[in-house]
Design a protein around this ligand. Structure first.
Ligand code: DGP
Length: 178
């Protein structure tokens, strides 16, 4: 009996809470239903191929091991170099996402498999990479603007574990980025 009374009180309290929260919502604004965890995971997994490839790469790769960029730096495989100095190399992306798509990388990785690995000792090279981006943008004639992207980790769609800045330009960018 006592249990039934307690349950009734609880139901009444819950209904009142739901009514109150509904009245707090701005008129006409529908609050999205939260996806249960499993459906949320499936939703993420079923997105783009790039996302799946990045996740697979991160799961199977030895992110500390050499990457394709080491071969590009050593000029063992060809690339279209846009800018080079003693610390930085900039070359065209093999899979361009814009009329201009250049990757700017440190010649020595020094633990910078991704931006999340940055430490105080990397401050100088990080600044040099950004300065190189500016030079690349000027060389490529991107006077009307451009975008600089760093993908970090599986959810950032990173596929090569050697820090690199994407310089994208030559078309109107959209926001928010996908
Ligand atoms: P990310 O997904 O942010 O890790 O970007 C890696 C980029 O590297 C990707 O846009 C394609 C590019 N890439 C991969 N392999 C090569 C290559 O052999 N040559 C060149 N030029 N770019 C490459």
């Amino acid at each position: 009996m006592a249990t039934r009374a307690a349950a009734a009180t609880l139901t009444a309290a819950t209904s009142s809470l739901i009514r109150r929260s509904a009245s707090l919502r701005p008129h006409g604004l529908r609050v999205p239903r939260r996806l249960p965890p499993q459906r949320f995971v499936r939703h993420i997994a079923s997105s783009t191929n790039e996302e799946a490839a990045a996740k697979a790469a991160a799961a199977t790769a030895d992110t500390e091991g050499p990457t394709i960029f080491d071969k590009i730096i050593a000029k063992e495989i060809p690339s279209s170099i846009v800018y080079e100095d003693d610390k930085v190399l900039a070359f065209r992306d093999i899979n361009p996402q814009a009329p201009v798509h250049v990757l700017v990388i440190p010649k020595v990785r020094d633990g910078l498999t991704g931006l999340s690995k940055a430490e105080p000792r990397h401050v100088e090279i990080l600044g040099q990479l950004l300065c190189a981006v500016k030079v690349v943008a000027e060389k490529e004639g991107l006077a009307n603007g451009y975008r600089v992207v760093i993908n970090n980790g599986p959810e950032g769609c990173q596929s090569v574990y050697h820090l690199h800045l994407h310089v994208l330009g030559g078309r109107q960018m959209k926001w928010p980025a996908g």
